[in-house]
Design a protein around this ligand. Structure first.
Ligand SMILES: CC(C)(COP(=O)(O)OP(=O)(O)OC[C@H]1O[C@@H](n2cnc3c(N)ncnc32)[C@H](O)[C@@H]1OP(=O)(O)O)[C@@H](O)C(=O)NCCC(=O)NCCS
Length: 356
């Protein structure tokens, strides 16, 4: 067999890439397949200057990986960050250096594009990925909490104000609210109404109707949360649960015999998810009021999981009280591409749930 080579993917590769994804589960304890459909490339269009590479041997795809750029702010300085994602290799061709070669190609692309550092996210239990990227010079920067809220009953948050879909005139206020919420968080780049519009345009099927705002009785927006139907770009099917999620699922199945409880998808089941982004608030109570409305909408639309991400001990997670959540962890790995780059050790990190 000739050695594999790396080339840039084209739209003609879509069906082969999706087929390969469907046969390339990730994780060790918690295992699932992720297929980017209907359009494989919609995932990468969330970023600036996205590129998808494939490893090919004799006309057959062995694996693929993608990268894109995001503008971030680090200690007041705007920088380009490279984001690496969508790594998958045919199980029959693993441990042959395919992912390492894809990463080297991506790193060259990111350096050429002027990225100061590269980052990626690895779900808990994905030991092969952690080892792979550690060997490529990445270091674990932070472990974040990525809770799944499981809507199962209508909730109320009386007294906080009225929750309604956003309208164009809200965007400058929403941008200010987001900027105030994430002020001082590493990587957060302040928004304007225009940059918000541009970010929403990248999210397939997202409109202002998907952005709920809490309007206080005396006026002013106290919280906003977007809910984006992740199924527009991704189909995730559970292969196996890890010990913790298995225990939660067993407990829920038992409790269901006597009361109303959420259900946690098991092996073979496909997730019905909304990604919660952007998230801005003046207080956890205000945030909770918007989450309650989204929970109720999710119930109507039979959506099973809402996901968001934040620092593990973030005070605002108190907004989730009264919700049923299944927690997962996600590891943020970083690799400086600019030798002079130093990363703050203790400042809180901002991460957009679309990266997860
Ligand atoms: C993670 C993945 C992309 C690795 O692809 P790969 O082509 O097998 O990786 P490589 O052959 O380049 O591996 C390089 C190094 O990574 C580490 N590594 C890779 N797979 C490993 C495993 N199963 N266990 C432990 N270490 C592993 C090893 O250090 C390996 O070097 P070695 O084989 O000389 O020991 C592949 O396992 C995969 O497709 N997994 C499912 C999808 C996924 O998890 N994507 C990543 C999401 S962040």
């Amino acid at each position: 067999m000739p050695p594999f080579h790396i080339r840039e993917a084209t739209s003609d590769d879509s069906p082969a890439l999706q087929n390969l994804q469907a046969h390339s589960p990730q994780g060790t304890g918690l295992r699932f397949t992720t297929v980017n459909k209907p359009d494989f490339f919609a995932r990468s269009r969330l970023y600036e200057r996205p590129r998808v590479f494939v490893a090919e041997q004799d006309g057959v795809l062995l694996g693929s990986a993608a990268c894109g750029l995001r503008e971030v702010v680090l200690e007041g300085q705007p920088l380009w960050a490279g984001y690496e994602f969508q790594y998958f290799v045919d199980p029959a061709h693993r441990r042959k250096g395919v992912a390492s070669a894809l990463h080297r190609r991506i790193e060259t692309a990111l350096r050429e594009a002027g990225a100061a550092f590269s980052y990626l996210l690895v779900a808990e239990d994905n030991l092969p990925s952690m080892r792979l990227f550690e060997r490529q010079g990445f270091a674990l920067y932070r472990t974040l909490r990525a809770p799944f809220v499981l809507p199962y009953k209508a909730m109320s948050a009386a007294g906080q104000g009225a929750v309604r879909p956003a309208v164009p005139a809200d965007l400058p206020v929403v941008a200010d609210l987001l900027n105030a919420t994430w002020d001082g968080f590493t990587f957060y780049k302040p928004h304007t109404a225009e940059s918000l519009q541009a970010a929403f345009a990248r999210m397939e099927g997202f409109s202002l109707d998907n952005l709920f705002v809490l309007e206080r009785n005396h006026g002013g927006i106290a919280a906003c949360v977007g809910y984006w139907d992740w199924r527009k770009i991704t189909e995730i099917t559970v292969q196996a649960l890890n010990f913790r999620l298995k225990a939660i699922r067993t407990a829920l199945n038992l409790a269901r015999l006597v009361t109303s409880v959420p259900s946690l998808p098991g092996p073979g089941e496909t997730l019905t998810q909304w990604c919660l982004t952007p998230v801005g608030f003046t207080s956890p109570n205000a945030l909770r009021a918007v989450l309650v409305s989204i929970n109720n909408r999710a119930l109507e639309e039979k959506v099973g999981q809402l996901f968001l991400v934040g620092e593990r001990r973030a005070h605002w997670f108190s907004a989730l009280r009264g919700f049923f959540t299944a927690d997962t962890l996600t590891h943020l790995y970083l690799k400086p591409l600019d030798e002079a780059l130093t990363l703050p050790e203790n400042a809180p990190v901002f991460l957009d749930a679309v990266d997860v």
